[in-house]
Design a protein around this ligand. Structure first.
Ligand code: ADP
Ligand code: ZN
Length: 535
């Protein structure tokens, strides 16, 4: 190469003139070097990308190192716990994308807490993967598809990984949305590639998260997602008995799935993964507490009690936040304060420490929150108040943290009390300031929503037991009668709450002052206050 350059330059110099032929050659060389440069650049970028993913992997395995020891698990090839979808997105090449996923996971059923009820079904699937011939020899058909349905963060991915881990088979992970591409047909071709790769690695598990994004009922989907879905169904229908690939799909929109998907021979097994109840929450906390240190007075049971509505992912996040808080504010051992701070943080977003709030606003919030608290203490003293805060977080100025036990049913009385409590904040503002703030709008909505449900859904009114079921009833005379009932319920709840606030004005002001002083009152402090105020 260099020789050629010297030759050309040499000729040009020797002759003392610049020929057209030379110019063309120079042009050619310029193009040639540009290409070489491009190639170099690509290689370097790719190398960097690889380095990034490698680093991430190292972190993953370090994080699991401790757990590995304590769990006495076998091998850690891929992290079990961290959502690695993001780094997968860095891969532009399908081959890389899928081959990354063939590694085995070391997640076990013991890492998934609160799944006792589904345990038998899950173990059966593991057996299908481990000893397929036992079933096929006796004429049984091994299920091809399993549908996991549940809210985000309830551990569907974790469960699928645990099945792979227990059966000790490779795990291919992908999401429905990764099949969605602007180019028509790309989704279908990715499905084809994925399945052919999986068959090579059989026995194995293919996990498709958010299956709903390709498997919406056909009328709602796009033509490309229909192609993708058809390809997916064709692949599943085309499985041979010795393929031994089980497809696990997850969704939190089981209602919108195309019925073709759940037909026999496809996703005909269905496991519902519920939001954890109090016992399950405690167990999940135990799993994630394994590698963390706690002060002695901390009970996971207590934390479980205070985290109604938290998913498994939220609970994991909670303990993680608590460690971070404890490292920042102490020696890394988790304190009660750290837990409470983290619960609140996850509940209503990060504390706005520097938010400029005026004294007046603080006072308004204190009165408002005290209003909720007083009404609750009066109409439903059995419901615990886990804490009141007037420190703004996220979009909320303050909050009351009531115990909302996990229950499927609520009585008319309870719902009505809930409405009264919702109105309490607004009424307190009215009574004390003779003016109202915009801060109560969600409370008002909440009360209306409850009244609406009580009337339309549960037919809890005194005179009407007609239940309205859907939009078809919208135009009817009945609907307008029912709306009058909603209004009446709201008015009743409001008026009765108003009377309570009037009667308890002194205590309301005392509580508000205490809140202004302390900003946050714990469950014990609230109980102490109520006891003294009403003695
Ligand atoms: P989903 O797939 O349902 O959205 P994930 O499986 O991704 O939920 O859950 C995210 C993380 O939350 C998991 O990796 C795990 O750390 C934690 N988690 C969720 N559910 C549980 C559970 N039942 N037991 C232990 N950890 C859980
Ligand atoms: Zn409120």
């Amino acid at each position: 190469m260099i020789a050629a350059v010297t030759w050309i330059i040499g000729i040009s110099l020797d002759k003392g003139e610049f020929l057209i032929r030379d110019a063309l050659l120079m042009l050619f060389l310029y193009a040639f070097f540009s290409i070489i440069f491009e190639i170099f650049e690509t290689i370097i970028t790719k190398k960097n990308n690889e380095e990034i993913t490698e680093k991430t992997n190292i972190q993953f395995s370090n994080a699991t190192e401790k757990e590995k020891n304590s769990l006495d698990s076998k091998k850690t090839t891929e992290d079990d716990d961290v959502d690695d979808d993001n780094y997968v997105d860095n891969y532009m090449d399908d081959e890389d994308y899928y081959s990354k996923k063939t590694e085995k996971t070391n997640v076990k059923f013991s890492d998934v807490a609160g799944i006792d009820e589904e345990r038998e079904q899950l173990e059966e699937i593991v057996n299908f993967l481990k000893y397929p011939q036992r079933y096929t020899e006796n004429g049984a058909k091994i299920p091809k598809g399993i549908l996991l349905d549940g809210e985000p963060g309830t551990g569907k991915t974790l469960l699928a990984k645990a099945i792979a881990g227990e059966a000790d088979v490779p795990f291919f992970q992908t999401t429905g949305s990764s099949f969605e591409e602007k180019l028509v047909g790309v989704g279908a071709s990715r499905v084809r590639k994925l399945f052919s790769k999986a068959k090579e690695e059989s026995p194995c598990i293919i996990f498709i998260d958010e299956i709903d994004s390709v498997a919406r009922s056909r009328y709602k989907g796009t033509s490309d997602s229909e192609q993708t879905l058809n390809q997916l169904l064709a692949e599943m229908d085309g499985f041979n008995s010795d393929d031994n690939v089980i497809v696990i799909a997850a969704t939190n929109h089981i209602d919108i799935l195309d019925p073709a998907l759940t037909r026999s021979g496809r996703f005909d097994r269905h496991i519902s993964v519920p939001m954890p109840d109090i016992l399950a929450r405690e167990k999940i906390l135990q799993v994630h507490a394994r590698n963390k240190k706690f002060e002695e007075d901390i009970s996971l049971k207590e934390i479980a009690k205070k985290t109604v509505g938290f998913s498994g992912a939220d609970l994991k996040n909670l303990l993680n936040e608590a460690v971070i808080y404890s490292v920042n504010n102490g020696n890394g051992i988790i304190t009660k304060e750290a837990i409470e701070e983290s619960i609140a943080r996850i509940l209503v977003g990060l504390k706005k420490r520097n938010a400029a709030i005026t004294e007046e606003e603080r006072r308004m919030t204190a009165i408002h929150e005290s209003g909720h608290a007083i009404i609750s203490a009066k109409v439903r003293p059995e419901v615990k108040n886990f804490g009141i805060s007037i420190i703004p977080r996220g979009s909320a100025g303050g909050y009351n943290f009531f115990d909302s036990a996990d229950r499927t049913y609520r009585t008319k009385t309870e719902l009505f009390q809930q409405m009264q409590v919702s109105y309490g904040g607004r009424i307190a503002e009215e009574v004390i300031f003779d003016d109202i703030s915009s801060g109560a709008s969600t409370d008002l909505e909440e009360a209306t929503r409850i009244a609406y449900q009580m009337t339309m859904k549960f037919a809890m009114n005194d005179t009407l037991i007609t239940k309205i079921s859907g939009e078809n009833d919208f135009n009817t005379h009945l609907y307008s009668i029912k709306m009058d009932e909603v209004e009446k319920l709201c008015q009743e709840a409001y008026d009765s709450a108003y009377a309570i606030i009037q009667e308890n004005k002194t205590q309301l002001l005392e509580l508000a002052n205490l809140l202004i002083e302390k900003e946050y009152l714990s469950q014990e402090e609230v109980e102490k206050f109520l006891k003294e105020a009403y003695s």
